[in-house]
Design a binder for this molecule. Structure first.
Ligand code: NAD
Ligand code: ZN
Length: 348
């Protein structure tokens, strides 16, 4: 049985097993005559099967495999896809479907947002990170030197999450997605934290996705264009992004380290009592809890911190308790302690 979650008036999320048939993905043929399916190497078999099912429903469906990973989120790739859509004769009544992880859904959503000033976007998300984060909230984009520098808000009409696909993921991808799902629990759903503490990476994927989406959808609905509350979704991401850039880590691993650092800052600034518990859950998921190889200088420069300017600090999401986030400006002594807590020390 598939369940439907409605986000605002724009997006429906379908979560279930065996939900990759044309009827579920498209919810009826409607006025469409052509569907362009974008995918990447890992889930390309899934994308071809979705396209076959759409063809059986009487529509034209073509598949294009994007470069894997961040290489897909590139304006040159977008330009090639625009030309391909034009060759296909894709019209305003037609649909672009992204079948893949967050890089595919970010690029396919961006293309859908901009081609012909916007066509329908449907996302079939095939990684845990995509299901709990990247496909929810309508942000699309490509990289331009920095990550996600060019983009648009464009809500998919439908997001399809097939739990059978997520259960079959390589453990490495499950772990990276778990970092982001755990973050969601830490900021807004203590029961999700309990679930990971009890079941580790074996946590029921449908429950993880359902809970994570409920949190993200709620936050996004209250703050659709990131004016305020949406910032809490960045828990673990300030220092996490700096470590990600300094060491070239995968995002989930960097967020894990960033959450450990934010936990330490929280203890100092708010008296957060869950620091040790958080660290031990992250460790038990097999995620990293320190970045001893990162140079403090490099991390500071990515944080745009200048040691010489007194009074510098950072705006960061902290926890007062599990499920109770606050955004605070923290001073340089707390930044130092947070970096120290993940093994990043000044070499004097
Ligand atoms: N738009 C947003 O709000 C938002 C939020 C969070 C992250 N993101 C973006 O998401 C991206 C990261 O997403 P990701 O981790 O899914 O990365 P990804 O798309 O690179 O996928 C990771 C790897 O998994 C493989 N893969 C995908 N599905 C698979 C499957 N079913 N089986 C086997 N392999 C599979 C892919 O081929 C790829 O090698 C980043 O670019 C990030 O900026 C966007
Ligand atoms: Zn993230």
């Amino acid at each position: 049985m598939a369940e439907e979650i409605l986000i605002g008036t724009a997006s429906r999320i379908i979560l279930g097993r065996g939900v990759l048939d044309a009827a579920t993905v498209l919810d009826g043929v409607g006025e469409r005559s052509c569907v362009a399916v974008l995918t990447q190497s890992g889930p390309s078999v899934i994308a071809r099967s979705v396209a076959r099912s759409i063809r059986s429903a009487g529509l034209r469906a073509e598949v294009r495999v994007l470069p894997d990973g961040e290489a897909a989120k590139d304006l040159h790739v977008a330009a090639e896809i625009y030309a391909w859509l034009n060759d296909l004769g894709l019209s305003r009544l037609d649909t672009v479907i992204g079948v893949g992880g967050g890089t595919v859904t970010d690029l396919s959503g961006f293309v859908a947002a901009t081609y012909l000033r916007g066509v329908e976007s449907i996302l079939v998300t095939t990684t845990l990170l995509g299901a709990v984060d990247a496909s929810i909230g309508g942000k699309t984009g490509v990289n331009l030197g920095g990550k996600n520098l060019v983009g648009a808000f464009h809500h998919p009409t439908r997001v399809i999450v097939d739990a059978d696909v997520l259960d079959a993921l390589p453990i490495h991808l499950t772990r990276l997605g778990a970092a982001e799902a755990l973050k969601t629990g830490l900021i807004a759903d203590p029961a999700l934290v309990d679930l990971y503490e009890r079941d580790g990476l074996g946590a029921d994927v449908e429950e993880v996705v359902r809970r994570s989406i409920a949190v993200k959808a709620g936050v996004v609905e209250r703050d659709p264009t990131e004016q305020g509350e949406r910032a809490i979704l960045n828990y673990g991401h300030t220092i996490g992004h700096a470590v990600e850039s300094a060491l070239g880590l995968e995002h989930g691993n960097a967020v894990a380290i960033g959450m450990v650092a934010a936990g330490a800052a929280s203890r100092i600034e708010t008296g957060f009592a869950g620091e040790e518990r958080q660290r031990s859950i992250i460790e038990s998921l097999g995620l990293p809890i320190a970045a001893p190889d990162a140079s403090a200088d490099a991390v500071r420069s990515y944080l745009r911190l200048d040691k010489k300017r007194d009074g510098d600090g950072l705006r960061m999401v902290l926890l007062e308790d599990i499920g109770a986030p606050v955004v605070r400006h923290i001073g340089s002594a707390t930044v130092d302690a947070a970096l120290d807590s993940v093994g990043i020390q000044e070499v004097s």
